[in-house]
Design a protein around this ligand. Structure first.
Ligand code: CMC
Length: 391
């Protein structure tokens, strides 16, 4: 007889084997292919980390050059894809556009449908990593009613993204290298996180053998929610609502009283129960970036620090092992870079695309087993149909 385990939220279920990312939640350790994320954030680049996550090893200089060239070559989107944006309503959330347009890529690229072919998998991965910033920037331009800006392939990955978002045809635009570097570090920290909700969604969709672009689109949909990637946007909204540091204790009281819908956003994590190593790096990084931009007296940074200080000395948060997560400070950096709040989650999506494609690739290179959980049935017992005139 079959024996099933009931595990709501999959708190103790491993769904796969993977050689990509290692997390030790108690020790606050995060490794990509064995390399500590803090060393990568300090010394590497997002593109190099993307290569590492995809292929398992740091690239040689020539492999890195080749990889960068391939990513640059794929940054354009088909003009037909571009026209999708004309059809969206003027106030569409960028995440809704991202979900739709990435899913629609499956209608344009048919040369990567054989997932058993490693070359085809690579083309898909490179194309996805290259095009996601172009699509996110197009969503941004749509939202602001500005003309779409084509990618500039002489720029590095993050500079190109800033160019596509912030330049306009009428004026010259110089990318601030410090801003591009700040973005690059955030992307490294967000690049992969093993079986998080969106990556698990990509794997689940992919396990049926569906089109890979469609699988990535389902991951974007899962990322959008405030319990996952939407947290960075929710943190900023929360800071705006609280207003000033003197209101922090009052707000935290509401959190502790479990007033409906009130949580300390950017706090807590399913796996990290002591600290989130990414949050530690981002906090430091946040101070550095804001200082460079002359925004070190940002009132929201001050408020975030106050919230953190009060929460960390409070028994409610201590008992539940709630600490700041990666998204507590990331929004403050994005905002300082001039990125509007509704683009925060698309930024996360750009970075996490690397993890999604790597996990999809890892999964499909093995024999596929469809992901198909069971349930505990709680509904009515068997009963007989009653015709409408007798009800
Ligand atoms: N504020 C207040 N209380 C919280 C919070 C929070 N942010 N997070 C968890 N708790 C409490 C929760 O009420 C529960 O208390 P009790 O035992 O009295 O019922 C206890 O802590 C355990 O919480 P849970 O919801 O069972 O924990 P989970 O592992 O299912 O949820 C989480 C993890 C990240 C969804 C949750 O901590 C949360 O909603 N945090 C806020 C949203 C957020 O910042 N998400 C970003 C996560 S990091 C980026 C990413 O990977 O996407």
């Amino acid at each position: 007889e079959d024996v099933f385990t009931y595990d709501p939220g999959f708190t103790s279920t491993c769904s796969c084997e993977s050689a990509i990312t290692y997390i030790d939640g108690d020790a606050g350790v995060l490794l990509y292919r064995g390399y500590p994320v803090d060393q990568l954030a300090e010394h590497s680049s997002f593109i190099e980390v993307a290569y590492l996550i995809l292929y398992g090893e740091l690239p040689s200089p020539s492999a890195l050059e080749e990889f960068e060239a391939s990513i640059s070559r794929h940054t354009m989107i088909n003009e037909g894809v571009k026209r999708f944006f004309d059809g969206f309503y003027y106030d569409a959330h960028p995440m809704s556009m991202l979900t739709g347009v990435v899913g629609a890529l499956s209608a344009f690229y048919h040369d990567t449908s054989n997932s058993k072919d490693a070359k085809q998998r690579d083309i898909f991965a490179h194309r996805m990593i290259a095009k996601i910033p172009t699509i996110a920037a197009a969503a941004y331009k749509k939202y602001f009613g500005q003309p779409f800006m084509y990618p500039q392939n002489n720029l590095d990955y993050c500079s190109n993204l800033l160019h596509m978002m912030f330049s306009v045809p009428a004026e010259p635009y110089e990318v601030d290298p410090i801003a591009a570097k700040a973005l690059d570090v955030l992307f490294i920290l967000h690049a992969d996180h093993e079986q998080n909700a969106s990556t698990s969604t990509v794997r689940m969709a992919g396990s049926t053998g569906t089109n890979p672009y469609a699988a990535i689109s389902s991951g974007i949909a899962a990322l959008w929610g405030p319990a996952h990637g939407g947290a960075n946007e929710a943190v900023l909204k929360m800071l705006e609502e609280i207003g000033t540091p003197d209101k922090a204790p009052e707000f935290l009281q509401k959190v502790k009283d479990k007033v409906e819908g009130v949580r300390l956003m950017g706090f807590g994590h399913r796996v990290y129960k002591n600290f989130d190593p990414r949050a530690t790096i981002i906090r430091e990084h946040c101070h550095r970036v804001l200082k460079h931009l002359g925004k070190e007296n940002d009132p929201q940074l001050e408020l975030a620090m106050k919230l953190e200080e009060v929460a960390l000395s409070d028994d409610y948060f201590k008992e539940r092992k709630l600490y700041p997560n990666v998204d507590f400070y990331s929004g403050i950096i994005y905002k300082a870079l001039g990125i509007p709040v509704n683009m925060f989650t698309p930024m996360f999506a750009i970075a996490r695309t690397v993890g999604w494609v790597a996990h999809w690739s890892e999964m499909v290179s093995e024999p596929l087993k469809i992901a198909r959980p069971r349930q505990v049935y709680m509904g009515a017992d068997k009963r007989d149909y009653v015709t409408v005139d007798k009800r």
